[in-house]
Write a protein that binds this ligand. Structure first.
Ligand SMILES: *[C@@H]1O[C@H](CO)[C@@H](O)[C@H](O)[C@H]1NC(C)=O
Ligand SMILES: *[C@@H]1O[C@H](CO)[C@@H](O)[C@H](O)[C@H]1NC(C)=O
Ligand SMILES: *[C@@H]1O[C@H](CO)[C@@H](O)[C@H](O)[C@H]1NC(C)=O
Length: 321
């Protein structure tokens, strides 16, 4: 039985790849997403005029690659995401960002691959430059704590849990987290400069002449555990006085930066990270959340062109050498 049906299935699969069919309304990327646990995603995407047009258009003969979040990912997404997509533009931006043109299968993926997102679309009226979906591969310990046993692949920090679903007009990868906040085309120092949460961090980075070092090429991404203003304000006076020493200040700031795009999905309990300053930062993850050197990460996974920003509520102080 299997031997007689297999060749037919293969022909169908190959035909779908070589001749992406105009949407029949039966098996397009949104139908496939809907049938695979991403009903909410499909419903939202059908409200986006640009995606609707792409789906209806036969011009997109190369097809689409859609990263569709599950309904449970949507349910547990931050209130800020639900609020964001509650407006016409937000809906368009938030959902378009999950789509790229052309067919990208799991075999095409590699660490730090950047896929061009359809956000900002020509219909978005936005002057933003092209935005990218960053792919990462992480090796995580298994439940016994053995390292190198579990591999996770993420798209802008969202784990891909069901790759390569074939649709008439593209490929669907099911992800179990929403991609949010969506990137706005700025690099790490520019983001920190503009975000009022990080005004003190940015002024210290400027004083330490580190803003240039944080503006790496997107192919050499960084992760910063970024202390917010409250974190600096609660530092003991003696430490603040020491920060006047620019060499010490540089050490402290470089102790918050890691040479990799480390989304939350790549962090695990008891992980030791090697910051630019040397030494190790200890990651602890428990019911209380994510902590680095005992300071709490209060917002994970802000994507910038050259990496990832995690907001932390305390300043990490490197141990005295
Ligand atoms: C969405 O917007 C409407 C008003 O436009 C408001 O009543 C509703 O509470 C909003 N929902 C969310 C989740 O923000
Ligand atoms: C500031 O940093 C840049 C690299 O980003 C370096 O080229 C420059 O020499 C530094 N300036 C000073 C005064 O150290
Ligand atoms: C400034 O900080 C550096 C690095 O921590 C240290 O080696 C140096 O002694 C400090 N200078 C002064 C004057 O305290």
């Amino acid at each position: 039985m299997a031997s007689s049906t297999l060749p037919i299935l293969m022909v169908l699969v190959i035909a779908a790849v070589v001749f992406p069919v105009k949407t029949s309304g039966k098996n397009d990327v949104l139908d496939i997403a809907e049938a695979n646990g991403a009903k909410e995603f499909s419903a939202l995407a059908r409200k986006s005029p640009y995606l609707k047009k792409l789906l209806e258009s036969s011009a997109q003969s190369n097809g689409l690659t859609v990263f569709a979040f599950t309904d449970s990912a949507y349910a547990s997404s931050p209130a800020a995401f639900k609020e964001f997509i509650n407006s016409t533009d937000g809906l368009r931006f938030g959902i378009e960002y999950h789509v790229s043109l052309g067919l990208t299968t799991s075999k095409d993926l590699r660490n730090n691959l950047l896929l061009t997102s359809v956000f900002p679309s020509p219909m978005g009226g936005s002057s933003l430059p092209p935005q990218f979906i960053r792919i990462n591969f992480y090796t995580l310990p298994n439940s016994e704590g053995e390292l190198n046993s579990v591999q996770t692949v993420t798209a802008t920090g969202a784990p891909i849990i069901h790759p390569d679903l074939q649709a008439s007009n593209g490929i669907v990868h099911i992800i179990d987290k929403v991609m949010f906040p969506i990137p706005m085309g700025v690099n790490m120092p520019d983001f920190l400069k503009k975000d009022p949460r990080f005004s003190l961090l940015f002024s210290f980075l400027t004083k330490a002449n580190l803003t240039g070092a944080l503006a790496t090429d997107p192919s050499k991404p960084l992760t910063i555990f970024a202390p917010n203003d409250a974190a600096f304000k609660k530092l003991p006076k003696a430490v603040v006085a020491k920060l006047a020493n620019v060499t010490f200040l540089q050490e402290v700031l470089e102790y918050h930066v890691v040479n990799a795009a480390l989304y939350a999905a790549g962090l695990y309990d008891n992980q030791k990270l090697a910051p630019l300053a040397g030494g190790t930062i200890l990651v602890l993850i428990g019911p209380g959340g994510v902590f680095v050197d005992n300071e709490q990460v209060i917002q994970t996974d802000t994507t910038v062109v050259n990496g990832v920003i995690h907001e932390v509520s305390g300043v990490l102080i490197p141990p005295a050498k």
